[in-house]
Design a protein around this ligand. Structure first.
Ligand code: G6P
Ligand code: MN
Length: 445
């Protein structure tokens, strides 16, 4: 079984490889091909993987290439985890937005639109190549903004592309934990778009346990989302939102704290990773130790500005190991071995949410087997959530249209229609600002 990882020089690749090393079953991945545009990053990551594999019998073989077509040929699975424009691009997304007083987060608001506008053309090119060179491969998209990018790729790959994110799983796991339930036995009633979903129920042995959580302020205030959103707001909603909804519900505070921070998240990670890749140039560097130290620091500081505005304190130790690689591996196993399972994934709607058309990619529990991911029927969203989901999907559609046509006016429309951008004039200046700093947006005319 051959797995190709696009963005193979990326920092989180060792998480995926670590998960593969733990998989001893028949039909597992035996060959990993790393593809990246940057050969220096490829050799840094290859060194970390070699240290991870030391002493593990039959560790998957690793090769690296900067030739995309060569990487794709013969692949059974393709993981796409690219970052167009790099972390400097992410920092610029934040900076330009914050200068206009709006959010520049990589997946939410103006920053997500800018990142989407430069990623979609690259993702579409990859999808076309996969369709030509590896038509039977399954593509697992990690590339953010994951819902939008998966939808762009699905126009060329249909249901052979599946988007993943670890945040709904983490959320479900936390809720199960505070309720004293085994996450493996719980049914999580979650739906929305990527980074824009709500848990409306959690069933154990056929009974919804969420009302018990909502009725108990101590329990509710004891975990990440309770601290982030506050007990009163969660009770008003009657649901537990994905952590990224903090950027919507507490937008003003989030923008202000990002403006006041020494460094935005993107700038912090750009510096942190530059140090890591620099260290990897030394032939005597302990690659795995340096990687692990860097990873731990990254995880501990995740969403720290949001937690600070909410007075939420440090992250729980149990929440630190994201689990993104576990979702990827579980998905691949279910498909490759026909091990039927349920996972929350980004797939085409196909009638699941009646307010969206069939091809809109949504985030929803899916049954997964050798035939792919099949969304399950869910209860409709409440009106306030439907409103947000529809307006953000409308924005995503404008991003896709702008990427396809190269129309600057359509890009302005995408920014202007976003609920977190408060003026058409701001949208116009954002397009100016972003096209000035991003060579990847030169196609917008
Ligand atoms: C969560 C999100 C991902 C995101 C990751 C890393 O897991 O679901 O989409 O890539 O956090 O965030 P960071 O700010 O560390 O890059
Ligand atoms: Mn995510």
């Amino acid at each position: 079984m051959k797995l190709t990882i696009l963005g193979g020089g990326g920092f989180r690749v060792p998480l995926v490889y670590g998960a593969l090393l733990g998989d001893r079953a028949e039909g597992r991945v035996t060959h990993v091909v790393l593809h990246d545009l940057d050969s220096r990053r490829l050799s840094a990551v290859t060194r970390v993987l070699a240290e991870q594999a030391a002493g593990v019998p039959d560790a998957p073989e690793v090769s690296a290439t900067t030739d995309l077509d060569e990487a794709l040929r013969g692949a059974d699975f393709v993981f796409s985890a690219i970052r167009v424009g790099g972390l400097e691009g992410r920092a610029n997304d934040e900076r330009v937005a914050l200068a206009e007083g709006v959010l520049g987060q990589e997946t939410v608001g103006a920053g997500g639109i800018a990142y989407g506008l430069r990623t979609v053309p690259v993702a579409v090119d990859i999808a076309r190549r996969v369709a030509r060179l590896a038509p039977d491969a399954w593509v697992i998209n990690f590339t953010n903004p994951a819902g939008l990018v998966t939808e762009a790729m699905s126009r060329h790959l249909g249901d052979r592309v599946i988007g993943i994110c670890d945040s709904p799983v983490g959320l479900g796991r936390r809720i199960a934990r505070v309720l004293g339930a085994n996450p493996a036995e719980a049914w999580i009633d979650y739906v929305g778009l990527n980074h824009l979903g709500w848990v409306r129920g959690l069933r154990v042995a056929g009974r919804d346990e969420l009302p018990r959580l909502l009725a108990d302020p101590d329990l509710l205030g004891s975990f990440e989302e309770g601290k982030l959103f506050g007990v009163d707001w969660l009770r008003s909603l009657g649901a537990i939102p994905n952590e990224y909804l903090h950027y919507y519900y507490f937008n003003r505070e989030a923008v202000r704290s990002y403006q006041q921070a020494d460094k935005t998240r993107g700038a912090f990670l750009a510096d942190q990773q530059a140090r890591f890749y620099e260290e990897m140039k030394r032939p005597d560097a302990a690659a795995l130790t340096a990687w692990d130290r860097t990873r731990a620091e990254r995880e501990a500081t995740y969403m720290s500005e949001n937690r600070e505005t909410a007075g939420a304190g440090e992250r729980d130790a149990d929440d630190l190991s994201g689990g993104y690689e576990k979702v990827a591996l579980a998905l691949m196993r279910a498909i490759a071995r026909d091990e039927r399972t349920t996972l929350i994934l980004n797939v085409r709607n196909q009638g699941t949410l009646s307010v969206l058309d069939e091809d809109a990619v949504i985030e929803v529990p899916c049954l997964v087997d050798a035939n792919g991911a099949h969304p399950v029927a869910v209860a409709p969203l409440p009106d306030h959530a439907t409103g947000l989901v529809c307006s953000v999907k409308g924005v995503e559609r404008e991003v896709l249209a702008a990427a396809e046509s190269g129309s600057r006016a359509t890009a302005v429309k995408a920014f202007a229609l976003h609920p977190l951008v408060d003026s058409v004039n701001v949208a116009r200046r954002l397009v100016e600002g972003y096209t000035d700093v991003h060579p990847g947006l030169a196609y917008l005319v």
